[in-house]
Design a protein around this ligand. Sequence first.
Ligand code: GLC
Length: 540
Amino acid sequence: MSVKVTSDLWWKNAVVYCLDVEMFYDNDGDGCGDLLGLTERVDYLAGLGVSVLWLMPFYPSPNRDDGYDITDFYAVDPALGTLGDFTELVRTCRDRGIRVIADFVMNHTSIEHPWFQAARSSPDSPYRDFYVWVDERPPEKPGDLVFPDAETSNWTFDRKAGQYYQHRFYKHQPDLNLANPAVRDELAQVMGFWLQQGLAGFRVDAVPFLIEGALDDPHQILRDLRAYVNRRAGDAVLLGEVNLPAEQVREFLGDEDGDELHMVLDFIGNQAFYLALARGSAAPLADALRSYPQVPPSASLGRFVRNHDELTLDKLSEEERAEVFARFGPDESLQLYGRGLRRRLPTMFDGDERALRMAYSLAFSLPGTPVLFYGEEIGMAENLEIEGRYAVRAPMQWAADGGFTLPGVSSRRPMVSGAFGPERVNVTDQRRDAGSLLNWFERLIRRRRECPELGFGALTVLDVGAESVFAHRVDWDDATIVAVHELSGKPVTVELPVEDGEALVDLFGDRSCSLPATLQLEPYGAHWFRVARSGVRLPP
Ligand code: GLC
């Protein structure tokens, strides 16, 4: 294993933790989480073992899309703190070995952004051409609406401007015009600013929309950004939101050397994963992973189980989506936009922790970079009282009384209540319980970080003769990891392919197998093995 390579391409062996500052920890007791609160809890994150903190938007915003509608790209939302607080956070994280990345949302601005206000006020404004204007409303294309519950068109007439402006998302989020070089310069400047403030990179929002239609070769925008960002900060990373079919996603990683995004979030694998869980069958996931195009050696796929939006199933066929809905969210109130779910994993599995552990063990064992959404590590559920997608963005459950803010203060959004409320699901109790989900996550993350072959290696899906078992191996140099996961909740016996002179050492238990590797898997059983070969030293 080349230690040099694993630190140079650090993102391939990172564990990312995504959170919303507003919902994480309220230091000043006003009911809203803040940067100082988060800074206080950095040791919690360090203890958990995550190596990258991904901050959801923390910029000034009227908050009509939870901060994804920005009015100033160069500042911090005063409700969350100051730029000084931000510096303290980044510095504290750095001290604990954690890099900080942040959402970069420049497909659009808030309608209240001074650029848009100037743009609409006069055709002669230098900002007019920062946005996309037309005199006649263009015909709508099917599938163009991202939020069909709220919008009926991607174009809205602005009376002041006397023209229609484009918005791929809500009408209060006018799209920036990246065909305008001045806008592209701003984009770069915003990134440059935050790199200078200590960020290690960005989660780039809505990448396909960001670059669409801008140039003859829209990918040139990403090539330019990548080159610029890495000139400014050689090891800064771009993690993109690209929810497209796999072959198209591959294009966003650039040429063979990887000259566009460093990483993309793997929506295709995620959706196949839920279909596999719904069916209790490995096949959908195996098919998706087998057919995934080769990514550049320096690139990585962000593997998540749950993210901050609806759990989208938009790339499944209608029948497949119906299967997942039937298994995990049959009631319409649990679904969103006809394509996604508003739930987190614990309620989908009726609190069966074996299933949660199996799901995360599997996600972390696939080649790629694990991305964890806050609260998942304690088995937090959604709060369906919170509107739409925000159901999964409830306040973090620190203690039996909530612990998110001061006693008696109500948080901006209601905490989860009932069976998954803080009385039963919280950090404080789980820290004290060696067998808790939280302590299990800590061990999982430590193991993942000790297994760089999972970041760098090549995947082979294995056939172990049981439909409900997803088995795979990952090879890198002379290191091999074999993992098996039972998806249906039923016990099963599998035969693992082990070659002469090899033995399998269980990375979580005391089990070791040598030829023939017959393994009794418990319901939702999950195992990672290192292959021991004569003459090769294994890490502990
Ligand atoms: C992305 C974000 C989502 C946001 C949208 C508009 O899809 O994930 O939360 O609402 O972009 O910025």
